[in-house]
Design a protein around this ligand. Structure first.
Ligand code: SF4
Ligand code: SF4
Length: 97
């Protein structure tokens, strides 16, 4: 951000800030193929699977080239009407193992 006197202001901890990485979990049997998570993911992480669940719905899966693209915004968690998808912090998984 640039102030009126032309000074560029940056957060003091900018060098320590990073983009969070999320791990996506999909409970395939709950999915009803509404597509909200796929359509509204800001990083286009999800696509429809070719497979179907036992109720005949195509559930989401991670797109081939998007394995590390989730930014943990949790929008898919919030928007899914079936509670069929959620995300966790991938860095937590690394510290637990
Ligand atoms: S948390 Fe955000 S970026 Fe990650 S899959 Fe869900 S909507 Fe996409
Ligand atoms: S928002 Fe939920 S029900 Fe809809 S496609 Fe995604 S996982 Fe399936």
């Amino acid at each position: 951000m640039t102030s009126a006197d032309g000074i560029v202001r940056k957060p003091m901890d900018l060098d320590r800030a990073g983009v969070p990485e999320g791990e996506v979990h999909i409970i395939t049997e709950r999915c009803k193929e509404c597509g909200y998570c796929i359509e509204y993911c800001p990083e286009k992480v999800l696509v429809y699977s070719k497979e179907i669940n036992s109720r005949g719905y195509h559930f989401p899966m991670i797109a081939e080239d998007k394995a590390t693209s989730c930014v943990l915004c949790k929008f898919c968690d919030l928007i899914c009407p079936e509670l069929a998808i959620y995300t966790t912090d991938a860095s937590d998984d690394e510290t637990q193992s």
